[in-house]
Design a protein around this ligand. Structure first.
Ligand SMILES: [Zn+2]
Ligand SMILES: [Zn+2]
Length: 356
């Protein structure tokens, strides 16, 4: 029995309790501040409610008398939290919290940061990229297609096969080998998860920083030698579709990876934030290469966001005349005057619409 009991062993900080007499002269215990508990495996501070939730699998079916706590002076189980209390507030984040707990319970941090990250990236990339390939192949949503030209099925298949080859032979080994570098940056995967305000502010910072680095790196890739030997691979598809976003020379894949991780390297990321950032960045670049500008495209709603129309222009012009070098936003090209050709075309199109 004692062996079973040890499963629910936890440390209770009892120092914040004091005894006080009530009106009838009886001693009663009054809590000055909420208990803090330490999870026996995860070693993280927990509220009473989250402790009970985490331990529910072990507690189910056992009478309360069989549950032994480490604190000898007070062996009563922790009381439920009051509605609206701090512990109650934890309830809102509990599904993500529980899912994360089971994830870190089933995989090592190395497996999560390398192989699981790889499969997560592949899932987000192919699931978001395949629709625009199918739209183009079957002539769907032709009204919203930016260019009149279409890629042949053979040309599309060639892109997909090379992508799988590059991802397995370049991306996966890089993800495995870079784990020590991520640890050095301060990567962590333990609970508690970062607060949503931290996650949102970090991801906005990552987008702005990545856009800045990508702009200057991309301009460098459009110089004669680098274009001929490296960046021309990405520009083989003058009529892009979602999956062409990652179709690039291995050297460029490494550069893109570098621009993506500078932000996380500076902030010391939680793996949860890193995954969310990676997913959003993939969705953004796939949309920018989709070749379709829909009424619901994010550039119609998000100020300063470039999107598909902005980047499609970059692909359909000669490498020396294209402009629109930034990855996500429009302000870098505006600030440095590399969007003049695009703005001129947009002004002409607006004028033509007026006379229709
Ligand atoms: Zn380019
Ligand atoms: Zn591109």
């Amino acid at each position: 029995m004692m062996a079973d009991m040890s499963e629910v062993f936890f440390i209770c900080n009892n120092s914040n309790r004091k005894e006080k007499k009530n009106g009838k002269g009886m001693r009663r215990k009054e809590r000055k501040t909420p208990h803090t508990w330490t999870h026996p495996v995860l070693r993280v501070p927990m509220t009473e409610w989250t402790y009970k939730k985490r331990s529910r699998g072990k507690l189910q079916g056992r009478p309360a008398s069989q549950i032994q706590y480490s604190n000898k002076k007070d062996s009563s189980p922790p009381p439920p939290p009051a509605i609206g209390s701090a512990a109650g507030e934890t309830m809102a984040a509990s599904p993500i919290d529980s899912a994360w707990e089971s994830l870190i319970g089933n995989f090592s941090e190395f497996q999560l940061a390398s192989v699981v990250t790889f499969f997560l990236h592949e899932s987000v990339f192919f699931l978001s990229g395949v629709p625009s390939l199918l739209f183009e192949r079957f002539g769907l949503f032709a009204k919203y297609k930016i260019q009149k030209k279409s890629n042949t099925p053979d040309y599309q298949n060639r892109c997909v096969l090379r992508l799988i080859l590059y991802h397995v032979c370049v991306n996966l080994p890089v993800m495995i080998l870079s784990y020590p570098a991520f640890k050095f940056m301060g990567l962590r995967s333990s609970l508690p998860l970062p607060h949503w305000t931290v996650v949102v502010s970090q991801i906005i910072f990552y987008f702005v920083l990545e856009d800045f680095i990508f702009y200057w790196g991309h301009r460098a890739l459009h110089t004669k030698w680098l274009y001929k030997h490296v960046h021309s691979v990405h520009h083989e598809y003058a009529t892009p579709f979602g999956l062409t976003s990652e179709y690039a020379h291995p050297a460029e894949i490494l550069f893109l990876g570098f621009a993506t991780i500078v932000g996380p390297a500076l902030t010391g990321p939680h793996l949860f934030t890193l995954w969310l950032w990676m997913a959003l960045r993939v969705l953004e670049t796939v949309e920018a290469h989709s070749g379709y500008h829909f009424p619901w495209s994010p550039s119609n709603f998000l100020p300063l966001y470039g999107g598909s129309d902005f980047h499609d222009y970059h692909h359909r012009l000669l490498y020396t005349k294209s402009g629109n070098y930034a990855s996500t936003f429009v302000y870098m090209d505006w600030l440095f005057g590399t969007d003049k050709g695009y703005r001129k075309i947009k002004a002409i199109e607006a004028e033509e619409r007026k006379h229709l």
